[in-house]
Design a protein around this ligand. Sequence first.
Ligand code: FES
Ligand code: FES
Length: 237
Amino acid sequence: MPVGALSATVPRACPSVSVRARITSYRDVSHAAVWIRGPHGITDRPGRDPHMGSEHGPRSSPHRSDTTLRVNGKPHTLTVDHRRVLLDLLREDLDLTGAKKGCDHGQCGACTVLVDGRRVNSCLLLAVTLDGSDITTVEGLSGDGEDPHPLQRAFLERDAFQCGYCTPGQLCSAVGALAEAESGHPSHVTDPATPSGRPVALDRDEIRERLSGNLCRCGAYPRIVDAVEDVTGAGGT
Ligand code: FES
Ligand code: FES
């Protein structure tokens, strides 16, 4: 078909309208949607349902399910939109803002929390899939007591942060990493001769490797390793 015939059958405006429509649609459904300020200064996203993770929202919907989570020892039953990720639920519905949103793509570790004792990137987990789980955030690391967790104390003593944005994730990740080593999980740098299932000793290389999923834009890495090493040297978490 001659080029002239094609352009005669397709209105010139159509391609650009179509591309714009695709971009709008992508933004609406994508996790990387552009964030905007809500009417009351609350960070919101276009088209967000105000009852998305509410404990008081409508309870019957094909897109929501009642979900019970035990967060820092306290049970919460929420009607959760199936698209709600754990990080947003913690920060926006439970006001637990310790876990931070860095990349929102599972790449920086700022959102790390513990689910049933294992560290996870909470920006990647759909909250509805965690029904019945135990969640520990940085706010719950010290338990009921006033005393900080040994790792929190070590971070303070070693001055293992600058802006502090990554610190809650670093702390939760370190707690998880110590538990993994204690239960014998090898890392990429663990000596293959290490007996299977036996606790893995954490030297600086092990600590660096096991915390490599937690980025620090301030470059506080040497002191973070110092702090974790202090706790492993003390033999406890
Ligand atoms: S915010 Fe979850 S990994 Fe970056
Ligand atoms: S202390 Fe600033 S990002 Fe780690």
